[in-house]
Design a protein around this ligand. Structure first.
Ligand code: SF4
Length: 389
């Protein structure tokens, strides 16, 4: 079963003429795109259907002057055209400026607007940079969706990366399993490519983006099985989104279903304050509650995700909330000195982003601690006698 892409709301049969008129205005700012397959997952009798909300433009996107186009400052970490290097061990190659659908809450809208130049179809400079940086053990292919590239082009990129000894993991960030799983299950050349380059000591990971349990269809399960059979590991990441997955029970169902089909829940993200995203955002402390409610209902395997915020300074985990405080921890940090840093803030139920917390009452970087954890902050191995204490 192949699927067709629809790129204008005027072509959607499920919408009334009135709705098309309202929604059409949003398209001028951030386009609409969906596969016919994905549109068929929508329950058109429900105006609040979460799948509909995820993909069909909402006039609210252009009503508020909120956010900016690059809230995590990603572009500032671009070291050569098409390559971001923010965390020492990971290089991000932006290889595609197309997706199989346009998520309304997209955090990379800037890549789809006219004049965007962060994507580089020629990855030579990026790969040369990685070759000269032995600390890079992971390369994430992203964009856009790398699986929108022709398989032939993907082969060139993956084969080139595999000539670099120090790169062990190749990740492909893709929402294709949700938007058009047949792109994977029906392309034997793609599956052959993944099988060839996902090696016992050098795996390929597919970073999937299932946002709602209804996206895990029999078609998606077939594609997941094909990927697993090709030796690909699959990890899932998704933001918590208002009206889409902002309930503990629903998120628990997503975690559960993912674990049943062999996909490991990896990250739950705080929705980035990108322009147009406010109507999809849930305050941090509410998201944390939803996340914990979901985790309390599932097995250990299904609750492996962390709740994080991709901030300009690093990936900050929201680790705990007490009656008065929120405890956050740098899971990844752009500045290695900040790795593992714990930040305790006074609670602010209206906070949507790290910057909304002004009252920092305690700050304990690992580098200020004694013992082996002090060494972890600098990346140096702990002394043997310290470990045995
Ligand atoms: S798949 Fe990712 S890059 Fe593409 S529209 Fe969705 S959030 Fe944006």
């Amino acid at each position: 079963m192949t699927t067709r892409y629809i790129t204008s709301v005027s072509q959607i049969p499920g919408l009334s003429a009135e709705e098309k008129k309202d929604i059409g205005k949003v398209e001028n700012w951030f386009s609409f795109k969906a596969s016919e397959y994905y549109l068929n997952l929508i329950d058109w009798s429900d105006p609040y259907d979460p799948i509909r909300r995820l993909i069909i433009p909402d006039p609210g996107e252009i009503e508020a002057e909120d956010g900016d186009l690059d809230p995590s400052g990603e572009s500032t970490y671009t070291v050569v055209p098409g390559l971001q290097h923010k965390y020492a061990r990971t290089g991000l190659l932006l290889v595609s400026d197309r997706c199989a659908g346009l998520c309304r809450y997209c955090f990379r809208k800037r890549l789809f607007v006219e004049g965007a130049d962060e994507i580089s179809p020629d990855v030579t400079a990026g790969i040369n940079y990685i070759r000269k940086h032995p600390e890079v053990t992971n390369v994430l292919l992203t964009g856009g969706d790398p699986l929108m590239l022709p398989t032939r082009k993907l082969r060139e990129i993956i084969a080139d990366i595999r000539t670099i000894d120090h790169v062990h993991i190749i990740r492909i960030g893709s929402k294709m399993l949700a938007y058009n799983p047949m792109r994977i299950s029906e392309d034997t050349e793609l599956l052959g490519l993944l099988r060839e380059y996902s090696l016992p000591e050098k795996r390929i990971y597919l970073m999937s983006q299932f946002t709602h349990p209804r996206e895990i269809t029999p078609e998606a399960e077939k594609a997941i099985s094909a990927l697993i059979d090709a030796g690909v590991m699959i990890l899932n990441q998704t933001p918590i989104l208002r009206g889409i997955n902002d309930s503990g029970d629903l998120l628990a169902e997503l975690f559960r279903k993912l674990s049943f089909v062999g996909v490991s829940p990896y990250y739950i993200f705080q929705c980035r304050p990108t322009h147009g995203n406010h109507i999809y955002s849930v305050p941090i402390e509410e998201s944390y509650r939803i996340f914990e409610e979901a985790r309390s209902q599932v097995s250990g395997i299904a609750k492996r995700a962390r709740f994080v915020m991709s901030h300009a300074t690093g990936k900050i985990e929201i680790a705990a909330c007490t009656k008065d405080y929120v405890v956050m921890k740098y899971h990844q940090a752009a500045d290695p000195e900040e790795m593992g840093k714990v930040v305790v803030c006074r609670r602010n139920p209206s906070a949507y982003w790290f910057d909304d917390y002004v009252s920092i009452v305690d700050e304990c970087p690992l580098s200020s601690m004694d013992g082996p954890r002090n060494d972890l902050a600098t990346g140096a191995p702990p002394e043997a006698d310290t470990l045995s204490e």
